[in-house]
Design a binder for this molecule. Structure first.
Ligand SMILES: Nc1ncnc2c1ncn2[C@@H]1O[C@H](COP(=O)(O)OP(=O)(O)OP(=O)(O)O)[C@@H](O)[C@H]1O
Ligand SMILES: [Mg+2]
Length: 252
């Protein structure tokens, strides 16, 4: 990872495999390594990464896009106005900021607003060392962000052959988007101890590069139930340990 350019990491994978969990573990890792500032973009319409980060969402970009349909206050250019409005959606925390995309637009195209948002995002991301994008299943939401390059696309899968094939299909969807992907890696999540040799073979046949495995960790449910941030997970957590080994090898 060089210091000159923003490094973009995006999550992919089918529903419930652990994309948001891995994103939170990655943010924890980057903060601990002081690879900051980090911009976290929650591109899931049902945003919930904020909960794992211990933050409350007041405004989403979707809400702001809708508000922009109204007139710009007198004495303000449209650009100044949008910049001012977008700042309202940026949730600032220690070492990272969070931007929540919110619901996609309804019928009708607010094309002017969308173009302004895309332009603003492009400028904004340049201020950060790393950008982490959490997605919902499928990849079409990435196009809303207008990202041209993704350095690492992390596909998360459950430890089963069908999960691996789905991860492969979803990772392949990026070819239809106007986005360049540097590296695609697979993380197999919620594994029992170790990876079944047959599954390992399935992965190598799929053509996906195995980034590593993260074990099932009962501490995660405890933290979720207590509404504690995953950023505060202790280093004894097996998920934290496994994630650290993966990211050490992946982010250099
Ligand atoms: N390694 C793990 N050990 C134990 N529980 C886990 C692990 N990884 C994820 N989970 C749990 O699995 C559930 C789903 O995880 P998560 O929300 O991260 O998935 P997701 O892929 O982001 O889902 P969605 O597609 O709905 O956004 C959560 O309750 C989470 O705590
Ligand atoms: Mg999620």
């Amino acid at each position: 990872m060089d210091n000159l350019r923003t490094f973009v990491i995006a999550m992919a994978g089918k529903g419930g495999t652990g994309k948001t969990t891995v994103a939170a573990l990655l943010i924890r890792y980057l903060l601990n390594k002081n690879l900051v500032p980090v911009l976290v973009v929650d591109a899931d319409a049902n945003a919930n990464l904020n909960e794992l980060l211990g933050l409350k969402v007041e405004r989403t970009l979707g809400q702001i896009r809708d508000e922009m349909k109204t007139a710009v206050p007198t004495g303000m250019t449209k650009e100044t106005y949008i910049e001012y409005k977008m700042q309202e959606a940026l949730i600032e925390s220690r070492g990272f900021d969070l931007l929540v995309m919110g619901q996609p637009e309804g019928p009708g195209c607010y094309c002017a607003a969308n173009n302004l948002l895309a332009k603003y995002l492009e400028i904004l991301t340049k201020n950060y060392r790393t950008v982490i994008v959490d997605n919902e299943a499928g990849m079409e939401h990435l196009s809303r962000l207008n990202l041209r390059e993704i350095d690492i696309l992390i596909s998360v899968s459950d430890p089963g052959p069908r999960g691996i094939m789905t991860a492969r299909r979803i990772a392949d969807l990026t070819t239809h988007l106007d986005v360049q992907v540097g590296k695609k890696v697979l993380i197999v999540n919620r594994t029992p101890d170790g990876l079944d040799p047959m599954l390992r073979e399935e992965i190598s046949k799929s053509g996906l590069v195995l980034g590593g495995t993260i074990r099932q960790d009962t501490l995660l449910a405890t933290y979720e139930l207590k509404k504690r941030a995953f950023l505060d997970l202790p280093s004894e957590s097996v998920a934290v340990q496994d994630a650290q080994a993966i990211f050490d090898a992946l982010i250099k």
